[in-house]
Ligand binder design. Structure first.
Ligand code: 1DF
Ligand code: MN
Length: 352
């Protein structure tokens, strides 16, 4: 009797897409250097990019090299970690720290550069459109140009713009353009603005460790409670870092929103058509960037539905070569794994 040879591990019938990957054109770093050397640079920007651009630590040098490469080095790192396709966006804070004229014109050139890299590697790279919220009308036009002419997909906005939030209706033509072009807005973190950063900065918690999540979760919540999704019901947004903890807050948000509205406590908190968690479930996709943690992923799938949760690595800020192999071992069904690694990103970003 012969022992049957053990079957080779079943070949995957899906690919691994990573949905929050970062790049930085060298020209942007020159602009950043000017801002850092100029009068009153934003304290969060100094703490974040000021650090990465000046530090000689191994982590900072790895990140600075990784950000500027849209070619062989990035592809090699993707191969090593099992990422078949990266959805790339201009790194935080993008153009949002620049003066308006520079931001508008540099967003266009960054988008041209990213679109060129996507054309060189159409099966490996997709790219998001960077916009300058400082000029909402120009941002809306750039959404349209990026999606219809450059072949980019999704819009990247790095949380607050010089202390201002997209909950302010002056920004809503950006939402209108995203909805009209059927493309999602990735609300990516930034450090908290100057008005909020002091207690974070003094203990080193302003960055990706915690400040990012507080700032960006707040921003998403402001967008929900301002009624953006009542006005733009088909608009889709993407949040990284397991939804910046909002799925965990859902019950309390719903309860306290209803209680606050009922007691007419704030003029700024008006009734919504639905519960905050309804918008979270129906107008947001969530990525696992920087949160490669099975219990958090499974909880979020349970809260949001498995068709709303997808993988992201956050290269080059997080480059963990065994992360995908580890997540492949999660105790979730094959169909939900296919959703997590491939199908949801294809749906959310309209990938071909
Ligand atoms: C960091 C993390 C920086 C993320 C990022 O952009 C970023 C970091 C400047 O670790 O300092 O996108 N992240 O999304 O977690
Ligand atoms: Mn990121």
């Amino acid at each position: 009797m012969t022992t049957p040879t053990p079957a080779a591990p079943a070949a995957r019938d899906y690919i691994h897409i990573a949905a929050e990957e970062a790049f930085a054109p060298s020209e942007m770093l020159r602009i950043y250097r000017r801002i850092l050397d100029g009068p009153n640079p934003d304290p969060g920007f100094v703490s974040l990019l000021g650090f990465y651009m000046r530090s000689q630590s191994e982590r900072a040098r790895f990140i600075m090299e990784g950000l500027q490469d849209l070619g062989e080095r990035r592809l090699r790192h993707m191969d090593e970690s099992g990422i078949d396709r990266a959805i790339i966006a201009l790194t935080a804070p993008g153009v949002q720290v620049m003066d308006t004229a520079t931001a508008v014109s540099f967003a266009r050139s960054a988008n041209d550069e990213l679109a060129e890299a996507v054309r060189r590697h159409p099966t490996r790279f997709s790219g998001m459109v960077a916009v300058a919220p400082q000029d909402p009308a120009a941002a809306a036009r750039e959404v349209e140009r990026g999606i219809t002419r450059l072949g980019l997909t999704g819009v990247i906005i790095n949380s607050h713009t010089q202390g201002e939030y997209l909950s302010d209706p002056k920004f809503w033509e950006i939402f209108e353009a995203a909805e009209a072009n059927d493309t999602p807005i990735y609300l990516h973190p930034n450090t908290p603005p100057a008005s909020m950063i002091a207690p974070f900065l003094e203990c080193g918690l302003d960055g990706a460790i915690y400040g990012f999540g507080v700032e960006t979760g707040l921003h998403a919540l402001r967008i929900i409670t301002a009624g953006v999704f009542d006005r733009f019901p088909r608009l889709q947004m993407v949040l990284g870092h397991m939804g910046e903890a909002l799925p965990f807050w859902a019950y309390r948000l719903d309860y306290m929103h209803a209680a606050t509205v009922r007691s007419q406590r704030y003029a700024s908190m008006q009734p919504l058509r639905r519960k905050p968690s309804d918008y979270l479930r129906e107008n947001f996709y969530i990525t696992s960037s920087g949160m490669a943690h099975e219990p958090a992923i499974r909880f979020t799938q349970e809260m949001m539905g498995a068709e709303r949760v997808m993988y992201a690595a956050d290269y080059p800020y997080q480059h963990t070569v065994d992360e995908i192999a580890r997540l492949e071992g999660m105790d979730i069904g094959r169909e939900d794994k296919r959703r997590f690694f491939q199908a949801n990103a294809e749906t959310a970003f309209r990938l071909k």
